[in-house]
Structure formats: structure tokens, C-alpha cells
Design a protein around this ligand. Structure first.
Ligand code: SF4
Length: 198
């Protein structure tokens, strides 16, 4: 059988047209009519339904099912563009078409998963870093608490020293000509606590 004849003749039992257009192409006319190939029948109009609804609608399904089963719609039956082939050959071609379309989606999903894994790894590394930082701060805390206690003790010591110095200054401010009993009295008074100086 010549190649020309496979285009011109009508498919017989167990045969169909070798065409995957209804699975991969959409033609939209200026008037809104939607076709699944440049020669197909109109399967809907965008003025009445969405493209998604048309592609999933009964008219589109009839074209695809016709090609897969051999019960072709009139446009496919007399189509001069596509050769006549056994049903199994078209099914293989459609499976390949769908697989190719799916590969892109699959690859996009894989890329997303890879990107999410990178972000997750970065977040986990950051968490470990922060945990290490917290552990260092915890280890440092006893030392800081002890240091604060030392500073408090030093502050008390210095305050006491300042108070002593100020008392001594007061005693020495008393005139040497003042009666000795007065200066001794002041010294004893300061030695016993005297005025509360800060
Ligand atoms: S009319 Fe021809 S090109 Fe259009 S879907 Fe049918 S077989 Fe394919």
C-alpha cells in the first residue's frame, strides 16, 4: 500500500489516524471557536465556556476517544492530513506525547524539591549554629554571674572605703586648735559608725 493511499483512504476496523493534535494543540478562531487541530470540528466557543471546560467537554472527548477507538468523528474520518495506522500505533504516540508533556512538569517538581532541600539544609545549619551560640552563652553564664558577684562585693568595699575617707576628712577638718577632747570625741564617734555616709 502506498503512503499516499494511507492518507486518502478511510480507516478500516482496528485502524485510526496518526494524530496527536487533540492532546497537544488548541486552535482558537477570531470568533471564539475552539478546535483541536487546524482541520478539526469545532468543540466549543469561548463566549459560552472557559477553555478548560471546552477541553474537558464532551465534544473534545469525542474527538480524542474517536481517534483512540477508531470510531472517528467525521472530520477525522476524511482528514487528508494524517495517515491511517493501527490503533496501537496511535496509542503509543499519544502515550509518548503525554509522557513528554509530563516530563516538563515532573522536572519542574523535581527542581522545586531540590530548591526546598537546599533551603531546608540552610535552615538546619543555621539552627545548629544558633544552638552552638546558645550553648556558649550558657557556659559563659556561671562565669558572668560570678563576675557580677565580684563586682558587687568590690562596689561595697569601695563604698566603705569612701565612707572611711570622708570621715577622716571631717576629723582632719577640725581645727588643730580645737580642744583635744573634741577631736578625740569625733574620732570615737566616727569609729563607732558616726554619720551615715555614702
Ligand atoms: S481532523 Fe485530522 S488533524 Fe484534525 S484531529 Fe482529526 S485526524 Fe487530527
Amino acid at each position: 500500500m502506498s503512503a499516499k493511499l494511507t492518507f486518502c483512504r478511510t480507516p478500516g476496523p482496528g485502524e485510526t489516524r496518526l494524530c496527536t493534535d487533540p492532546w497537544s494543540f488548541v486552535y482558537v478562531r477570531a470568533n471564539g471557536n475552539v478546535e483541536l487541530c487546524c482541520r478539526g470540528e469545532v468543540v466549543g466557543n469561548l463566549g459560552e465556556r472557559s477553555l478548560e471546560a471546552i477541553l474537558a467537554g464532551p465534544e473534545s472527548t469525542r474527538v480524542r476517544r474517536g481517534l483512540l477507538t477508531g470510531e472517528l468523528v467525521p472530520g477525522c474520518k476524511t482528514c487528508p492530513r494524517c495517515s491511517v495506522v493501527p490503533l496501537a500505533e496511535l496509542r503509543r504516540a499519544v502515550e509518548h506525547e503525554l509522557f513528554e508533556a509530563g516530563v516538563d512538569e515532573l522536572e519542574a517538581l523535581r527542581r522545586q524539591v531540590r530548591e526546598h532541600r537546599v533551603v531546608r539544609a540552610e535552615l538546619l545549619a543555621e539552627r545548629e549554629h544558633l544552638r552552638g551560640h546558645v550553648a556558649n552563652l550558657e557556659a559563659e553564664r556561671p562565669h558572668l554571674v560570678a563576675h557580677a558577684a565580684n563586682l558587687e562585693a568590690e562596689r561595697a568595699r569601695l563604698l566603705a572605703r569612701v565612707a572611711t575617707l570622708e570621715r577622716e576628712q571631717l576629723v582632719s577638718a577640725v581645727s588643730p586648735r580645737a580642744p583635744r577632747s573634741l577631736r578625740e570625741g569625733l574620732r570615737r564617734w566616727f569609729a563607732s559608725g558616726g554619720p551615715k555616709l555614702k
